[in-house]
Design a protein around this ligand. Structure first.
Ligand SMILES: [Zn+2]
Length: 304
């Protein structure tokens, strides 16, 4: 081993030593250098980008690019490069569907590129004053460049690139700052994470999510979509409205089972052990540990 190798080995070792406590706290951070951005043309003049994190939507055109969500900060350059392949116009607007870092982590980078960010005021507030992480570590506030500059409490319409874009608030669903986005001409709806076509639902109660809001949000998508509407979930494959209806019915069926057990005076451990999701475990893709998490959230929502 020559000297150069030795010093790079030494710095690697120092790096690992410094990183170890972080890795323990943050559990296996993804290796962003290996992530590739995959672009799919979903409709006339509408694209979906997949990398690591939530789905990104892209509407290109002469007025400038409109995008939905920003994934993680280390991916911003790759995402911007993938958008350049679609359009040589600057990115003008971005809307955030909700506060989670896999949807807003790149905000500061895109803000510094001159992108105007739109979102609900609740989301802006949570970016400025983030909740502690799952392990209790304090959240990191988003710098001013990454904060939404246009906020809205009611549906907001943008006329851009010949498209009509509706930003539709969903109150207290996955979080308290959710928006779903309808592209009328492309006939596409992006839901953010109150609907995902993989795993059981996640009611993030720490960030203001609620069970009635989750069901109301699913109902709102079902009401807004037509039979041919392409629905892009926060995570998972693109689906149609029938899949969202089945998902809503599943949420209600599991809710009713948990409600019965709560009424019988069962503890959370007993409710989880009763496996109220059993009828759906085989139908849900990549369930992982999300069945028990969802049941725990239902218990907390119904017990209160
Ligand atoms: Zn989320």
């Amino acid at each position: 081993m020559n000297r150069r190798h030795l010093s790079s080995f030494a710095s690697l070792f120092v790096g690992l030593t410094l990183l170890a406590p972080l890795a323990l706290r943050a559990q296996a951070p993804p290796d962003f250098s290996k992530v590739e951005i995959k672009t799919t043309k979903l409709a006339d003049n509408f694209y979906v980008l997949e990398g690591q994190g939530g789905a990104i939507g892209v509407l290109p055109g002469p007025d400038g690019v409109f995008m939905v969500d920003s994934q993680f900060a280390p991916l911003s350059e790759k995402i911007a490069a993938a958008i350049k392949q679609i359009s040589d116009k600057p990115i003008k607007f971005m809307v955030n569907t909700h506060v989670h870092g896999d949807h807003t982590g790149g905000n500061e980078n895109f803000g510094k590129m001159g992108v105007t960010i739109l979102a609900r005021p609740e989301l802006r507030n949570r970016l400025e004053h983030p909740s502690p992480g799952a392990n209790g570590q304090p959240g990191v506030p988003t710098p001013p460049a990454g904060l939404p500059v246009i906020t809205y409490d009611a549906p907001l319409t943008l006329q851009l690139n010949g498209e009509e874009i509706h930003l539709i608030p969903a109150q207290k669903a996955h979080t308290d700052g959710d928006t779903f986005v309808q592209f009328v001409k492309a006939n596409v709806i992006m839901t953010g994470d109150f609907y995902r076509s993989i795993q059981f639902p996640n009611i993030d109660r720490t960030n203001g999510g609620s069970l009635p809001g989750l069901i109301a949000a699913l109902d709102a998508v079902i009401k807004t979509a037509g039979p041919a509407t392409k629905i892009v979930p926060g995570h998972g494959p693109v689906v149609d409205v029938a899949a969202v209806k089945a998902h809503r019915d599943m949420v209600i069926a599991i809710r009713d089972k948990v409600a019965k057990l709560v009424k019988e005076g069962k503890t959370q451990e007993q409710v989880v052990a009763a496996k109220p999701t059993a009828d759906y475990d085989a139908k849900v893709q990549q369930p992982g540990t999300t069945a028990d998490r969802f049941v725990g959230q239902l218990y907390a929502e119904l017990k209160k």
